[in-house]
Design a binder for this molecule. Structure first.
Ligand code: AMP
Length: 599
């Protein structure tokens, strides 16, 4: 029984596994490792998945679904033949084929899969990915973020020294940034930022728009997948038919890719029997991409702010994803950061390789099992609250801020809003919007409170979020009555629920309140009381440093800080012993004896 890693991509999907100390890609029966994430309906034959389906994108556009990952987590429907399919169902078909390929390739059953998702996927998108896996007959214990997988692949391939990375994962439909710190065997994701609607396909759109403007053709902002075309209101321009539009998009993508080999390329398109052309070179493309670059720049500012870091803190910028091949993107990033980015080997395979490394960790393979990959919560989690009774809408009170290292826990006291209310319902949301209702609703939990004038009764709300995307919310009122809810992006059995609840309750105690750490702080404080001058100041500074780490929420930094604090306590203990020894050693005793003789 094998564990595999799957990169379920917008354009292509890949699978990998861990063998002989390295990740390896899984090929299909034709030796291909890239499996197109495309499904097509063939009249009289049924559904085709992968390469055969991809070949039909242009010829049978209406019967073919591609790039559906962009709509994962939505109820968007794709009509193939007589039936409608959701992005989740289409993804399930791709995963099922990948599972079959892997079983054929590895000659054994697949026991478990690790699937990568964009770091910016919300709970619904993650939950639908897991459901797709379940339909495909795959057991998925953990989803990992695509840039984290890339960092894992980079770390296992290149050296052991401590370093700080920024992973720039630029695919067809999404851009994900991750700020990553690597030390010892730990890969810590410090912050993530991204845009689910920004990718290479947008560059194709910008090129197509440029082509239309150059040739006096009407530009349509097109959602090619829904066939909803919106024509600019300019009657002097020539409208494109849907098939001409599709040909233009293909022509734009081809030109973009060809430009990596040639200095200048020509776009040629037949519209109503007439031929239109346009030239494209690196400088023009750079200009065309400006609106996109300014969006990328904003994401950089966002992630550096969240990571409380500067550009100069970065050792390497790692580029992955199909669109990272573009020279204009590399040029833009070099200008923005003042250093050349590293493009990792075959950019479209790096995420899958990382998933393969993680599969090795899951399978507890001897040569990789001690590697630790931490992650962060990509969205803020919070509860709906009101500032004033007169407020028309509740706002989102953050309980777990985005980019908190997982697992994490936080407690907040809330008071009653109305006179003599006899209960409080805590509504739980995910997102960054001010008003609660504008965020993703996750669930709710109620608890009775003693009826008293407004503001006199309270409840404590505990949020605990773990690395598997489980959110445990517990509420307790002043009388000690408790209630809880476990929100999960996967279906859990009764016994699993109980086990997770116990684990989550352990996590609810923040590091600063954990017995071991409290004892270390007490001991350090004792040494502080007993010393004077420079040493006292040194111990004070150390206590301050240690407390800061305990509050940092960075789990593995805390583990290291606790280790250092223990050493410090031991050192102080030993130096005290030495001082005591010194008090009673020969020289001092002579002095003391001499002194006593004098009196
Ligand atoms: P991904 O989602 O990582 O598979 O990336 C797909 C995106 O990469 C699409 O927008 C492709 O047009 C783009 N892409 C693939 N190959 C190249 C290439 N050689 N040069 C530029 N862009 C490419």
């Amino acid at each position: 029984m094998a564990v595999i890693g799957i990169d379920l991509g917008t354009t292509n999907s890949l699978a990998a596994y861990w063998a002989d100390g390295q990740p390896r890609l899984i090929a299909d029966e034709c030796g291909q490792v890239l499996f197109p994430s495309v499904v097509s309906y063939i009249c009289g034959e049924g559904l085709a998945v992968g390469t055969q389906a991809k070949k039909r994108i242009l010829t049978h556009k209406k019967d073919t679904a591609a790039s559906f990952k962009r709509f994962m987590g939505t109820e968007k429907k794709y009509r193939l033949g007589e039936k409608d399919y959701t992005p989740m169902e289409l993804s399930a078909m791709v995963l099922e084929r990948i599972k079959k390929n892997a079983e054929y390739f590895l000659k054994e059953e697949i026991e478990e899969a690790v699937i990568t998702v964009p770091a910016y996927f919300n709970d619904k998108q993650r939950s639908d990915t897991k459901k797709a896996a379940k339909i495909a007959g795959l057991s998925v214990k953990r989803l990992i973020n695509e840039p984290s997988a890339a960092a894992l692949a980079y770390r296992t391939t290149y050296g052991e020294k401590d370093l700080t990375l920024l992973v720039f994962d630029f695919g067809g439909g999404t851009l994900d940034l991750s700020y990553v710190e690597c030390f010892d065997n730990i890969i810590e994701i410090v912050a993530v930022a991204g845009d689910n609607y920004l990718g290479g396909d947008d560059i194709d759109q910008l090129i197509a728009k440029y082509f239309c403007e150059e040739n006096g053709l009407a530009w349509k902002e097109n959602d090619a997948l829904t066939q909803n075309c919106r024509t600019e209101n300019n009657s002097t321009r020539i409208d494109l038919t849907i098939s001409e539009y599709a040909a233009l998009m293909q022509c734009a993508e081809d030109a973009k890719c060809r430009l990596e080999q040639e200095n200048e390329v020509e776009l040629v398109l037949e519209v109503s029997g007439k031929t239109y052309t346009s030239k494209l070179n690196q400088d023009i493309l750079f200009e065309i991409c400006m609106p996109l670059f300014s969006r990328i720049k904003k994401l950089f500012i966002h992630i550096l702010r969240d990571a409380q870091a500067r550009v100069s803190d970065l050792d390497d910028l790692i580029m992955v994803g199909g669109s990272s091949r573009l020279t204009v993107v590399k040029r833009f990033l070099t200008e923005l950061l003042g250093k050349e980015p590293i493009v990792l080997g075959e950019t479209d395979k790096v995420v899958a390789m990382g998933a393969g490394v993680y599969a090795g960790i899951r399978a507890r393979r001897e040569d990789i099992r001690d590697m630790l990959l931490t992650d962060v919560c990509p969205f803020t989690l919070g509860v709906e609250t009101w500032r004033k009774k007169s407020d028309l809408q509740g706002y989102l009170l953050p309980m777990i801020e985005r980019n908190s290292t997982l697992p994490t826990s936080h407690c907040q006291r809330l008071v009653t809003m109305n006179d003599y209310q006899d209960g409080i319902t805590v509504r739980i949301y995910q997102g960054e919007e001010y008003y609660a209702k504008d965020n993703l609703f996750l669930g709710e939990i109620s608890i009775p409170v003693y009826p008293k004038p407004a503001g006199e009764e309270w409840i404590d709300v505990y949020f605990t979020y773990d690395i598997n995307g489980l959110l445990y919310v517990e509420v307790a009122n002043a009388q000690g009555i408790r209630n809880h809810i476990l929100l999960s992006n996967q279906e859990l059995s009764r016994s699993e629920l109980e086990r997770y609840r116990k684990e989550m309750q352990k996590l609810m105690i923040p590091p600063i309140q954990q017995e071991e750490n409290k004892k270390i702080l007490e001991e350090l404080t004792q040494y502080y009381h007993n010393s004077v001058g420079g040493q006292r100041e040194q111990i004070g500074l150390f206590i301050n440093w240690f407390a800061r780490y305990l509050h940092s929420g960075r789990r593995y930094l805390i583990v290291q800080a606790v280790e250092k604090a223990k050493q410090q306590v031991q050192f102080l203990e030993e130096s005290q012993d030495r001082a005591e020894e010194f008090l009673f050693d020969g020289e001092l005793n002579v002095l003391l004896e001499e002194e006593s003789e004098e009196y």
